[in-house]
Design a protein around this ligand. Structure first.
Ligand SMILES: NC(=O)c1ccc[n+]([C@@H]2O[C@H](COP(=O)([O-])OP(=O)(O)OC[C@H]3O[C@@H](n4cnc5c(N)ncnc54)[C@H](OP(=O)(O)O)[C@@H]3O)[C@@H](O)[C@H]2O)c1
Length: 300
């Protein structure tokens, strides 16, 4: 039996569905049984638990052949690093007490770095703490920048007529669709082809800059020549806070952007067939950005 944390989220949901579709037994974790109903209807065993509760997690992990673990984002948290640490410590305690032999974690490019990476620093801690469990075989999937992050541009483009953000316009980033992460994680869980402590990067279909992102969005929404502008931190910070992001989290996101812009935080592996995934940014725009943009346009 597999156990999937964050099973109603972007990656966990794909992991759970992929395992179920291959006939595997899957226990899915979320905070409420209600939100796990759709997976339960497909044959998963729903398990309501808070990822910061070690005792609850130990029950959820009991009897697992392997687990998929991730740290939930918590944009409104006034102290996100402490939240990440609480969840990591609970996951570690539950893995130790149950003696689960295999875990796949959702990590990120930049998780190798011990500082200046904002929310990714919590993933560095997650990797280090899981690596200290002697009996555990663990694979940390260091994913690139989520294409879904660019969905925030729907409202910005509608309000300002251009794409805006803290990243340098020409910075090429390995951008990945979260469904590709879920599919890759499910394949790895099925084969369990890792031993001891390993990391593997997942870099999406190709590296792409925010200028190219804007071009791609522009052609899809009928605004060819749509521009992307890099805004200074003093402008991005209040805009994030207005969207409901805590000032703590806004600071972390800006620190991460600065480390991406400077190249301090970057992929370490050469691109290869193994770390390249299928979904292109253009496909993402057609299938996910456009419907959301049109939904917003219709509502505006
Ligand atoms: N954004 C990026 O570019 C990027 C890049 C690399 C790595 N990452 C990492 O990816 C991770 C996010 O992955 P994701 O997008 O798959 O997450 P997600 O879609 O936000 O899903 C997280 C799920 O966790 C559940 N959850 C939230 N708080 C919980 C709690 N306290 N206890 C139990 N369950 C809880 C939620 O389900 P319920 O509401 O049903 O409880 C939610 O569906 C983060 O660790 C982030 O650092 C992000």
């Amino acid at each position: 039996m597999y156990v999937v944390a964050g099973a109603t989220g972007h990656t966990g949901n794909v992991v759970a569905e992929a395992l179920l579709s291959r006939g595997e037994k899957v226990r899915v974790i979320g905070r409420t049984a209600e939100r796990l109903k759709a997976l339960a209807a497909k044959g998963a065993e729903p398990f309501a638990a808070d990822l910061a509760d070690a005792a609850g997690l130990a029950k959820a992990f009991a009897g697992a052949k392997a687990v998929y673990v991730m740290l939930p984002p918590n944009l409104a948290s006034s102290d996100y690093p402490s939240f990440q640490k609480r969840v990591t410590d609970a996951i570690v305690a539950a893995l130790r007490s149950t003696g689960v032999s295999h875990a796949v974690t959702l990590s990120s490019i930049g998780a190798d770095k011990p500082d200046k990476t904002g929310p990714v620093l919590g993933l560095h801690y997650l990797e280090e703490e899981l690596n200290r469990i002697d009996a555990l075989n663990v694979l940390h999937l260091r994913a690139g920048y989520f294409m879904e992050n660019t969905l925030a541009q729907t409202g910005i483009i509608q309000n300002m007529g251009m794409a805006v953000g803290p990243l340098h316009p020409d910075l090429k980033l390995p951008m990945i669709a979260t469904r590709d992460i879920g599919e890759a994680a499910a394949d790895i869980l099925l084969s369990l082809d890792f031993r001891q402590k390993e990391t593997r990067e997942l870099l999406g279909q190709r590296d792409i800059s925010m200028s190219e992102v804007a071009q791609s969005i522009g052609s899809a929404i009928g605004k060819p020549g749509l521009r992307y502008i890099q805004a200074p931190d003093e402008q991005v910070r209040p805009a994030l806070v207005q969207l409901g992001v805590s000032s703590n989290m806004a600071g972390l996101l800006l620190a991460m952007s600065a480390s991406l812009n400077s190249g301090y935080m970057r992929a370490l592996e050469q691109r290869s067939a193994k770390n390249t995934t299928p979904t292109s940014y253009e496909t993402f725009v057609r299938e996910q950005f456009l419907p959301q943009y049109r939904g917003k346009s219709a509502a505006a």
